[in-house]
Design a binder for this molecule. Structure first.
Ligand SMILES: *Cc1c(COP(=O)(O)O)cnc(C)c1O
Length: 362
């Protein structure tokens, strides 16, 4: 069977054991004579799936009791609006940190709902680093502070989570949720589109502190009110049932692996392999400042900026089963997304190829 190492930024690789498990249960789930895709979202079998998915996610992330887990649709992009619609309710002001294309979209959307201030930005340096965020930069009256913990396109990540004091911290964690241990209690709201590190596309995971639910204005559409989904256990309407099932399998795979501590160890090992090679290379370089480098998305470019050479690299890599290494158009060059499901062997194969390529084209 042909399987490649897929370095796509999303939708991205899923763990092979998860795909195999899904395949083995595809036609007849738990002797129901049905696929999970055909089960009613009100059935006992599906109730077990969504309950277990939440339970294992809570265990993996040590989610405190006073937080709700919601399984929604609309992608992380819908959260760009849903968060302000629900949270901009006291002062109507929020502080945002601008660290890349996704932050910019979140800021643009939030401006429709209130007074948005950008308190730190790295845009003038093409988002190649994470700006410092100090407590005294934050408006104590702000309804929340918003950050993008990992910048998928630019390949940067917050080296530490800013301390926002009593102002709730809202985080777009789409591309690094479950990649390492985090302290959920530092956040008011975490959201993530599933297609990077959780499951196939179609699901958005929201983790929200209970006091931030139920404050949306009367005019808020029912489907965009966190309370609707919190009150109904994410079953107000038909949820993305199959994707929730796949998420459950991924959570169970992570638990079996040893949880997020072990996952983080493996992810750091993979990233180290790649950055060590890039740092010592005469041909390739990273556009990102060392202290801001992501362990999930690793952009790299040729030092000469030779786009023909880069095109040859991408083409030859593909011939060897190293797929989707083309960089985002805003950064250029190459990008290797090495999410949880990318095995160490995939990164080793990439580094070996880079070494060969460098020798052949120097
Ligand atoms: C992919 C991504 C998004 C967009 O997610 P959708 O689910 O497609 O809306 C937003 N933020 C970050 C950080 C992402 O990586």
């Amino acid at each position: 069977m042909k399987r490649v190492y897929n370095f796509s930024a999303g939708p991205s690789m899923l763990p092979l054991p998860v795909l195999e498990k899904a395949q083995s249960e595809l036609l007849n789930y738990r002797d129901s004579g049905m696929s999970v895709m055909e089960l009613s979202h009100r059935s006992g079998l599906f109730t077990d799936i969504i309950t277990k998915a939440e339970e294992v996610l809570r265990e993996l992330m040590h989610i405190p009791e006073n937080y709700k887990v919601l399984f929604l649709q609309g992608g992380a992009s819908q959260q760009f609006a849903m968060a302000p619609m629900n949270l901009l309710v006291k002062s109507g002001k929020a502080d945002y940190v601008n660290t890349g294309s996704w932050s910019k979209k979140a800021i643009k959307e939030a401006k429709k709902y209130g007074q948005i201030r950008v308190i730190a930005s790295s845009e003038e340096e093409n988002f190649t680093y994470i700006p410092k965020v100090e407590k005294n930069m934050i408006d104590p009256e702000a309804d929340y502070v918003h950050i993008t913990t990992n910048n998928t396109i630019e390949g940067t990540t917050f080296p530490e989570i800013p301390d926002t004091g009593d102002v709730p911290l809202v985080a777009d964690m789409s591309s690094n949720i479950l990649s390492e241990e985090i302290d959920v209690s530092k956040f008011g709201l975490i959201y993530a589109g599933a297609q990077k590190n959780i499951a196939p596309a179609g699901l958005t995971v929201v983790i929200i502190r209970e006091d931030l639910i139920g404050n949306a204005p009367e005019s808020c559409p029912t489907m965009l009110d966190y309370k609707t989904h919190s009150d109904s256990g994410s079953l107000y309407n038909t949820p993305p049932t199959y994707t929730i099932y796949m998420a459950k399998l991924v959570f169970e795979w992570l638990k079996e692996l040893g949880g997020l501590k072990e996952m983080e160890r493996i992810n750091r090992e993979k990233a180290q392999l790649l950055y060590d090679y890039i740092n010592g290379s005469a041909m390739f370089t990273s556009p990102v400042q060392p202290d801001s480098r992501s362990i999930m998305n690793v952009p790299f470019v040729t030092k000469s900026g030779d786009t023909d050479l880069e095109a040859a690299f991408i083409k030859e890599a593909q011939g060897l089963g190293l797929e989707t290494l083309k960089g985002h158009r805003s950064v250029g060059g190459m990008r290797a997304s090495i999410y949880n499901a990318m095995p160490v062997e995939g990164v080793e194969k990439l580094v070996n190829f880079m070494r060969e390529f460098e020798k052949n084209y120097k």
